[in-house]
Ligand binder design. Sequence first.
Ligand SMILES: *Cc1c(COP(=O)(O)O)cnc(C)c1O
Length: 374
Amino acid sequence: MKASLHRPTKALIDLGTIGDNISVVQTGLPQETAVFAVVKANAYGHGAVAVATYLERQVTGFCVATVDEGLELREAGIVKPILVLGVTPLEAVAVAVEAKLSLTVTSHGWVERLLETAMDLSQLTFHIKLDTGMGRIGFRESGAVLQALSALQERGAIFEGVFTHFARADEVDETAFQLQLAAFEQVLEVLPNRPKWVHTGNSATALWHPEAAFNMVRLGNVIYGLNPSGGDLPLPKGIKPALRLVSQLVEVKQLPAGQSIGYGGTYQTQELEWIGTVPIGYADGLVRSMQGFSVLVDGQLCPIIGRVSMDQITIRLPKRYDLGQQITLLGSDGERSLTAQDWADQQRTIHYEVLCLLSDRVYREYIFSKGVKV
Ligand SMILES: *Cc1c(COP(=O)(O)O)cnc(C)c1O
């Protein structure tokens, strides 16, 4: 989908802030820890190509979820290592190898089927994924790991990394985290040799368990300025949201009492009211459950009234504002601010989902603030 440039609704993304957030996290990590920036899902809505291009000099590599996300980066000229975190279909292995994407190997069944093909595996670079308690993808037994390793290496494939993923690194109670860590260490011990990269760290692990991150971290949401724990655990000072979402009033009208607003007439004016229309809707990622939430106008909270439409919302204004009046949907305006966490609370979800759902229709404009060196 083409982004709608000819519309005042825009995500303003400060790439300098993303770079600064990485630096803040790095100050809490052992110095030799390599950073792979996770730019899956269009860099959590921030634009994968722009984010990766900006970060390429600062980080060691990138992680994506799918082969196509990796190809998009390669086509944009990214040359640093890229790790595909998800399970790659066998049909896509050749194209991934051709693009020098490292693949995640997660099961005996997958390896068996790969080995049945006559494919040349001598250029295949892979990381072994261990399922130490997430129950999703990855080997659960060291025997199967050793078998897969020797079979792949016999065919010339390159063992580049071993990793796991924590299900509960963002919680105050560390019990489950420690069990996963112990399971990971047990498998490491039986490996015939350690690969170049040993890693466990998503954002939460890097922030709150840096001692368990080994020699590489996969930093996702914290680099965009979000708190992986929601708000249960504190972020280090200096982490800031990188994305603002803004728009403008495209229509302002005064309606008498008793008029209904939007599909289904779910809102009725109670008195003479100023109603504004903002060109953003659920097709942009402002989902229907945002009805009743607020936007910022001139430093004040103004409620979203009536149903959220596909392309528009209606808000109640305290007074008349001119067409073109700035609307802040995410970010600060005066003393007040609205965060992805606020949106998530309204939607009874997590902020990850809020930003990933910002659709391609929303035009992304990039800012390169000088940033505060930490
Ligand atoms: C998405 C993902 C990450 C990044 O997680 P954040 O919580 O956003 O830091 C790291 N590792 C794996 C395997 C992932 O799928």
